[in-house]
Design a protein around this ligand. Sequence first.
Ligand code: FMN
Length: 184
Amino acid sequence: MKNIVIISSSIRNKSNSEILARQALQGALESGNHAELITLKDKDIRFCKGCLACQKTMKCVIKDDVSEILEKVKSADTIVFVTPIYYYELSGQLKTLLDRLNPLYPQKYSFRDVYLMTTSAEEGDEVVETAVGGLKGWIACFDKARFAGVFNGGGVNDANEVSGREDMLKAAYEFGKSIETPLS
Ligand SMILES: Cc1cc2nc3c(=O)[nH]c(=O)nc-3n(C[C@H](O)[C@H](O)[C@H](O)COP(=O)(O)O)c2cc1C
């Protein structure tokens, strides 16, 4: 049994990536894990100021919703970051959160496997390549963590479009179910 934290970063209503994230959550729960989905939709998350105070104090000077998310990320075994592809990259919301997790850098953390789930209008491995690279940059700063794979939800654009894609819904559920097995 793993402690899995799924972080959904789209703030769009009826977000495709959040719908897939919820499928993955269901799969993860049904295989007996402790799993939780956090959406950034209703969260107050401000930009990192770059002061680096956190490297000494292990706390951020900004008081917003990140501290609660950070504690959950810190104690998770597995993290699944979920993002719509924006200009072939991670969403700004997710990048902002990754920067704000900087107080974790000098701390002990439990997470090992880090996955990425994406949705995008276009399909193909190349659509997610830069976003995967961005996340790998974050993971590279956490020695004990590793990139465990990407769930590429390409080919959906309109809000809620993925609800009509049984194949993708099922694949996301199966992904959640098999989360202990790294994706290729
Ligand atoms: C600002 C912006 C940039 C986007 N850039 C891309 C892109 O580079 N490639 C792509 O295939 N889709 C792109 N899209 C489409 C979204 O990735 C797509 O609509 C996705 O399903 C949104 O997921 P969501 O509903 O979870 O927010 C972009 C959408 C927006 C709003």
